[in-house]
Design a protein around this ligand. Sequence first.
Ligand code: MLT
Length: 370
Amino acid sequence: MNKETPPSETNYSPPSEGLGVVSYRLAKRSNMPKTQRSKKVIADTSSNKNMQTKKIANKYDPKTILIKDYKWADVSFNIRDYGEGIPLLFIHGYPFDGSMWFRAVDILLGKSDIKLDGKLPQSRTNQCPFLKYRAIMPDLRGMGKSESPIISQDPTKNGVKIEKYADDLMELLQQLKISRPVIVVGLSMGGYIAVQFADRHKKHLAGLVMCNTKTTSDPPEVVEKRRAIIDKICSVRNNAQGVLESIADSMIPQLFASHTYRDKQDIIDEVKSMILSNNPHGVSAATWGMAERGDTTKLLENVNVPVLAIGTDEDKITPPSVVKKLAKIAKNGKYVEIHNAGHLTPMEQPEQFAIALNNFISEIEKNKEQ
Ligand code: MLT
């Protein structure tokens, strides 16, 4: 499967209709003539007004918006932006990309045949179920189709700190002119980034969802393994695809619940294709960022918004006991355990995941109204 194919065109339960997919490119400032830099958001093929109409009315219809003058970005970013309403920022895990959320987002936005609790999610205006949520699913710097600059052969100079990924996302929200606080949803490495986002950009956070993730740093043996991956990618330089294959081969048996591994070959193929489509140098940079990260338990303790921790019964990478602790660490935390899922909950059990998320957000909205 082409990993950029919207879910309506993949081989799993095609939704009958949906909102437009908008693929944003946050343009590389350094490559752009000064005269072209402006704060304006410009659609490649149509005016913003047209884009807006398409976003609400159309089927999946990838468009490109060029955002000029991305202030501190040295790279171009690939971002999927679906729907209208409460903004949800989805942060993918390692070494995947933003398309890992498609199945769950389809359900959340009411585009799938699967309904939440037997009914479509309603917008606050009750007019259109598609207008409840806006799902933003970027590829992180250097992952998926977002660019990965190679500055140096020294891995410590190419490495991306977890904090940097979080700041990229804040900048992205600004570029998208999303001023209202967002619900940040991070899976595994995405969760490491989500906590940093919560700490660094407090004012912009309405809720935090920590899925199959943790706040502890890596033990020495994991750091060693990460260093070996970085060394390998650096040593083969332009021919590092084989390293991605070995990452995929070693990760895939660990990633899934037994039921997924046995019966859901489409998901396994999709994940493998996501891993192999990455730029090895982007993967190396993220590997470095994870190895270098510190313990963020204190940061989670200080989060003032509601926190949902989602664990699964068959996660071999982040067992449910670890995820459950996150709900206790947070001031206002809740734990939900999803069954028959491994490490990739939104792909393996998208319906359960979407229900948990929808309930959590509905609760936040209800409390706001009181
Ligand atoms: C992930 O899914 O993001 C990884 O398992 C995170 C990690 O390697 O720590």
